[in-house]
Design a protein around this ligand. Structure first.
Ligand code: AMP
Length: 160
């Protein structure tokens, strides 16, 4: 079934488009965090960034960069948040990948601060050693592959 964003893009339900090209559309968020809160959405439906073909991801991020810069200029904001929620556990409600661009103003308190954990240098070193073994530069763009999740329980390493 088409996502709510696909329906807006197709003009089947109302939405406020602010930018479009062959590959992506940007709309105003219906419940903005601040005025000028925009969602940048690829026309083709993918659930998360990791599902997207590299070329489309590159184009989408280029548009996000351009619109973030333009929205900062137009709204006169002093900062901009760019968020991307991938998966329900990361706060994703609409399962069609979309970047949030949110103009921010000094002291607006619009986005709650992240709840941080404490990590010892030893924990960080152990984790970095584990990760560096698995993280290699990508050789050339290719279609996304379904890799098995690693067994490293990252969240268990740090305590609140
Ligand atoms: P996320 O939690 O990252 O999936 O964000 C979904 C976003 O979509 C929320 O900020 C919603 O306010 C926004 N949203 C949901 N329905 C619509 C709609 N019909 N038009 C515009 N924005 C929407």
């Amino acid at each position: 079934m088409a996502s709510i964003f696909s329906k807006i893009i197709a003009g089947e339900i109302p939405g406020f488009k602010v930018y479009e090209d062959k590959k992506v559309v940007a709309i105003l968020d219906i419940n903005p965090v601040n005025a000028g809160h925009v969602l940048v959405i690829p026309r083709e439906e993918y659930v998360t960034l990791m599902d997207m073909p590299d070329k489309l991801a590159e184009h989408t991020i280029t548009v996000v960069k351009h619109l973030a810069s333009e929205l900062k200029r137009i709204t006169g904001s002093s900062g901009i948040n760019v968020f991307l929620n991938n998966g329900a556990s990361a706060g994703q409600e609409v399962p069609h990948v979309h970047f949030h661009i949110i103009p921010r103003f000094d002291g607006d308190d619009a986005v709650p601060a992240w709840k941080r954990k404490q990590a010892s240098p030893e924990d960080l070193q152990e984790l970095s050693k584990l990760l560096v073994k698995s993280l290699k530069p990508k050789k050339k763009p290719k279609k996304p592959t379904k890799k098995k999740p690693t067994k490293v329980k990252v969240s268990k390493k740090f305590k609140n």
